[in-house]
Write a protein that binds this ligand. Structure first.
Ligand code: AGP
Length: 608
């Protein structure tokens, strides 16, 4: 998704803007630009391609000034070419605007604006905003923005500066994320805190449907009707090292290796005195939880896979009927949801448009929403009745890894919490689960130590055109997740499938060239999965099996086997996914692809 940055203050504006854009580039983009106001005029530098192109352009053609905005564009309307790159300017070249979002009614607005003589430089939907503001500039920049936001349909977050008032940045948001910071000397606005980390100690999460006037020592927030809105700044809880690769070549590898620490922190925080606690923002009382007769989890991508694992575990231990929907389906299917249904959203970013819309769909039906999110104060965090922060720390790599395992652990903990509350999980049972969880971080370490062996397997298959991933039960989701990891960073066609379903179609794909990743740790479905692997071998498929250490049966029929420690079935999806994360990572790096910023993808999909 697009990244926005704006700054006014005493530092070198182009450096602050570029530094912020570098830290926002994980959001995904295909062009970038900045606008600075210097000597009373707007100076624009923008270029398609990577931020290094923009940096080189600014080196060749330096700019300076006391205020500016910057943007990384993830194209939705119009090719990634210079004219469509933000910042976008008005006809008179007095204001510069950067936008994240989609203006759904832009065509009718554009027709009206062109009929009134406006000249459009781009084919983007966003450009209508700068011309609407231009039309009302005589009212002053703030009121021009206020009248403009009322004409827009869709979701948007934008920042605008004007040569006629170089002391302030005016920004607005509706359903797209935006934060701001300020002190006596400077102020900044960004799509998320990583854009301005290390400059400010406090951050303001801009409420939805707000307009902010930012300046040195100034931050005035009003709603779209002009009423003042008070927002308490929060301490910035991440620092540069959290969003820096350190000694790792890629964020994705760093985040894979961080999983033992993340899981250790979660277990330490969530298991206290032999009991499960889920944080102070659960927002739903035990009495309300006891009345829940159905849970509906809605999520996207990797978070949806975590939801699938959650379904099995919650039904097993809490005995609550649990279903899992892909958010983009849930939001439009008018699901039958009665008053004792608890809807859950699972989202690393807390900004995924479909999941946010699913949450709102539930609230329209007066249902409570409990969400698992990683980014605090994200839109999903703020709009949920209760949240469980998954505590994975900032996840920069587009391919989600540590957030996935953190989501699974939290769904496991929720199942135990609900099971204990409802009398299905005894104190003795709970001790067994806590023991399994307590061992988990060290076990993950053990699997990560197989990294070199997994890289060797990757070397053998990095030229494969197709992969099949098979799993059963709790590890059906592991197969789906392994396939998603591989396809999204290596661009290899990878299909995850329920192993029992293979004979209903995918078995036709299997030949001597097909690597098949088979997730078969010791479990209640081990024998069934073993039979499916034999069916694949009978068709000359090439099994790469994830097995429990010491398992000679599955290893004996597999081309390669990756051993994970003996473990409780409920944590096997966590241990089994690590080799698949590493396999995808190594294949992508062997293909010399941009692992952290795969083509066409964004870290947070804030559009439909
Ligand atoms: C996962 O590797 C992908 N980047 C993607 O599927 C992601 O999980 C999905 O977009 C959901 O994101 P969220 O968890 O932030 O809602």
């Amino acid at each position: 998704m697009c990244g926005i940055i704006g700054y006014v203050g005493t530092r070198d504006v182009p450096s602050v803007l570029l530094g912020g854009l570098w830290r926002l580039e994980y959001r995904g983009y295909d062009s970038s630009g900045i606008a600075v106001i210097g000597n009373g005029e707007l100076i624009i530098r923008k270029v398609p391609g990577k931020l290094s192109e923009l940096e080189a352009l600014i080196k060749r053609q330096p700019v300076s000034g006391g205020i500016g905005v910057g943007h990384t564009r993830w194209a939705t309307h119009g090719l990634p070419q210079e004219n469509n790159t933000h910042p976008l300017i008005d006809c008179n070249e007095e204001i510069a605007l950067v936008v994240n979002g989609i203006i759904e009614n832009y065509l009718s607005l554009k027709d009206d604006l062109e009929s009134r003589g406006h000249i459009f430089r781009s084919v983007t939907d966003s450009e209508v905003i700068v011309h609407l503001i231009e039309e009302d500039l005589d009212k002053g920049l703030v009121d021009a923005v206020r009248s403009t936001v009322k004409k827009l349909t869709g979701n948007f977050a934008f920042a605008v500066i004007s040569v006629n008032d170089r002391s302030k940045i005016v920004c607005a948001r509706h359903d797209a994320p935006l934060i701001c910071c300020y002190n006596s000397k400077e102020a900044a606005v960004a799509s998320d805190i990583s854009g301005v980390v290390s400059i400010f100690n406090d951050v303001i999460y801009i409420p939805n449907d707000s307009i902010v006037v930012l300046g040195k020592g100034k931050c005035n927030i009003t709603n779209f009707q002009g009423r003042e809105v008070r927002v308490t700044p929060r301490k910035v809880t991440i620092d540069v090292k959290d969003i820096d690769k350190g000694h790792f070549p890629h964020f994705m590898l760093k985040e894979i290796y961080e999983q033992p620490k993340v899981l250790h922190n979660i277990i330490n925080e969530r298991i206290v005195g032999g009991r499960v606690t889920l944080g102070s923002e659960l927002g739903i009382s035990d009495a309300e939880m006891k009345k829940v007769s159905r849970i509906l989890i809605q999520a996207c991508g990797t978070s949806w896979h975590a939801g699938l694992v959650g379904k099995y575990i919650i039904e097993k231990f809490a005995r609550i009927h649990t279903e899992v929907d892909i958010s983009s389906e849930f939001r439009y299917r008018d699901a039958v949801l009665d008053s004792d249904t608890l809807v859950m959203a699972v989202s690393q970013s807390g900004e995924t448009a479909d999941t946010l819309a699913g949450l709102r769909e539930a609230k329209v039906k007066f249902l409570k929403v409990l969400s698992l999110v990683n980014v605090i104060q994200s839109s999903i965090h703020r709009e949920s009745d209760g949240i469980i922060e998954i505590m994975a720390g900032p996840e920069i790599g587009v391919a989600s890894t540590k957030a996935y395992t953190a989501e699974i652990v939290h769904l496991y903990l929720l199942a135990l919490y609900l099971g204990s509350l409802r009398g299905f999980v005894s104190k003795v049972d709970l001790e067994e689960h806590i023991a399994a969880l307590t061992k988990l971080p060290a076990q993950v370490e053990q699997v990560i130590r197989l990294d070199d062996d997994i890289r060797e397997i990757a070397e053998e298959f990095s030229d494969a055109r197709d992969f099949l991933f098979l799993g059963r039960g709790l590890n059906y989701a592991t197969a789906l997740e392994g396939a998603l990891k591989l396809k999204e960073i290596s661009y290899i066609n990878a299909t995850g499938y329920a192993a029992g379903e293979m004979k209903h179609g995918p078995i036709a794909l299997i030949d001597h060239k097909m690597p098949i990743v088979c997730v078969n740790p010791r479990s209640s479905v081990y024998d069934k999965m073993f039979n499916n692997i034999q069916e694949a071998v009978a068709r000359k498929g090439i099994p790469i099996s994830v097995v429990t250490k010491g398992d000679r049966r599955t290893r004996g029929i597999s081309k390669h086997s990756i051993p994970i420690p003996e473990c409780h079935e409920c944590v096997s999806p966590i241990l089994a996914v690590i080799p698949l994360q590493l396999l995808a990572y190594h294949i992508a790096t062997l293909k010399e692809l941009d692992v952290d910023r795969p083509r066409n993808l964004a870290k947070s999909v804030t559009v439909e």
